[in-house]
Design a protein around this ligand. Structure first.
Ligand code: NAD
Length: 430
């Protein structure tokens, strides 16, 4: 079967046009841009990334053989400040994906009103097949390759799918070696011992929690006993499950790339995490039924948290989703057609650029601490995070109500207006 036939049958199954992530980000942008009153050329500037750096680089593998890898770093906009965004290690990383993710970072930083633009990077690889030594050599070489375009005042890196605080430490060290002194501000999500921030590891999930609490208040849902389904049990998903459990919610299903588990009476998220650490998957957790990721998304529940990859909710399954709230811990989990279906069905979507912005917000706090060499305690970090998240949530709701638009559109309008204002003030060079 040709690639084109496979692609179009996949699209038909999903009930719509199969957009790549950049096309999806651009479709969302176009929808919001129509509400922003500004000269067209400013909008044209923001529809595409400022810069996408591609590198093919060698790594000596443990067997002594050389293997080539492809990596990217995209910078979507630096109008409001340096580019900021994570690094993803995944076999399906593409230039379109990192470009889309960089664009979403621009909007996310603008929604929470921190002085950054958007960046994102990735390496096409399967880290599960690499030894620790191979992972370190790949990371250091990738960091060296992109070093001409990054810097603590140019483009600051962070963790994303399959990248960890240890990987951030190697990036910090590699960049510091080229400068001749420690440069902790080149990367956030580092271990505390080398300039990381208290609370950063939990920040994305804590931000998700704050936006869910605010939503629950708004729609009159009691979090005590509310049923929660989480797709993806990594940094964002597993910690969100734990924090909601601590708030009294019932975690009824979770999943990872190998499949899902379901227990309508509730799962103990800490025990599930221990099981995942021991067996490398949530599947097989004692006392739970095994379900597929597709089944998981359409379970009856109060809160659905997609916390894995893009494009999980689409025209083909949006009608079957039964949640009251969709809290997008992941970036880009909902395709544009599904957004409209959710809006029409009265499902409250907390859009990614608001819902998961806690990560970049505490990354910003980490960077500020690094630049000042002065560190905050965890309470200070969490309180400042809560203020930022609540302010951003209220600003998005204000636009959603005033303009009668769905929440993602409201968040995008807010973000685009803020970035456009920065471009207007700075003007177009020369
Ligand atoms: P992670 O690598 O820690 O976890 C990802 C999880 O998703 C893993 O459990 C993996 O098994 C699972 N997964 C992968 N493919 C899947 C599939 N097809 N179906 C179900 N599960 C699958 O990554 P993370 O940092 O938790 O990131 C998850 C999402 O959250 C991504 O979209 C990321 O961009 C977003 N995000 C993360 C942060 C952060 O600070 N970590 C911040 C903002 C947004």
């Amino acid at each position: 079967m040709s690639a084109q036939v496979v692609e179009s049958s996949a699209a038909a199954e999903r009930g719509g046009r199969d957009l790549n992530p950049l096309e999806m980000a651009q479709a969302q942008f176009d929808e919001a841009a129509a509400y922003v009153r500004v000269a067209d050329n400013y909008l044209a500037r923001l529809r595409v990334p400022e810069r996408v750096f591609m590198t093919n680089f060698p790594v000596i593998m443990d067997d002594g053989k050389l293997r080539m890898f492809t990596g990217y770093r995209a910078q979507h906009s630096t109008a409001r400040g340096p580019a900021k965004g994570g690094i993803r290690y995944h076999p399906q990383v593409t230039m379109e994906e990192v470009s889309a993710l960089a664009m979403w970072m621009t909007w996310k930083c603008a929604v929470v009103d921190i002085p950054y633009g958007g960046g994102k990077g990735g390496v096409v690889c399967n880290p599960k097949e690499l030894s620790l030594g191979e992972l370190e050599r790949l990371t250091r070489r990738y960091a060296a390759e992109i070093s001409p375009i990054i810097g603590p005042d140019r483009d600051i890196l962070a963790p994303d799918v399959n990248t960890t605080p240890q990987i951030m430490a190697w990036i910090m060290d590699t960049y510091s070696m080229t400068q001749g002194h420690a440069v902790p501000g080149i990367v956030t999500g580092k271990p505390i011992e080398i300039g990381g921030s208290q609370g950063r590891n939990e920040a994305t999930a804590r931000g998700v929690l704050f936006t869910i609490r605010r939503t629950a208040e708004r729609i009159g849902l009691d979090l005590e006993g509310a049923s929660v389904v989480v797709q993806g049990y990594g940094n964002a998903g597993s910690i969100a499950a734990r924090l909601l459990y601590e708030d009294g919610a019932k975690i009824i299903a979770v999943s990872d790339s190998k499949g899902g588990i379901y227990n309508p009476h509730g799962l103990d998220p800490n025990a599930v995490l221990r099981h995942k650490r021991e067996t490398s998957t949530v599947v097989g957790f004692p006392g739970a039924d095994t379900i597929t990721n597709e089944e998981l998304l359409t379970l009856s529940c109060d809160i659905l948290i997609p916390a894995a990859l893009e494009k999980q909710l689409h025209a083909g399954n949006a009608d079957k989703v039964q949640a009251k709230i969709i809290a997008e811990a992941a970036n880009g989990p909902t395709e544009p057609e599904a957004d409209h279906i959710f809006f029409d069905r009265g499902i409250f979507v907390i859009p990614d650029i608001l819902c998961n912005a806690g990560g970049v917000t505490v990354s910003y706090f980490e960077w500020v601490q690094d630049l000042q060499f002065f560190f905050w305690d965890e309470e200070q970090v969490n309180q400042a995070l809560e203020r930022v998240m609540n302010r951003a949530f209220d600003a998005v709701m204000h636009i959603a109500e005033e303009r009668h638009v769905h929440n993602r559109l409201a968040a995008n309008i807010l973000a685009i207006e803020r970035v456009v204002r920065a471009i207007e003030l700075r003007g177009i060079y020369p």
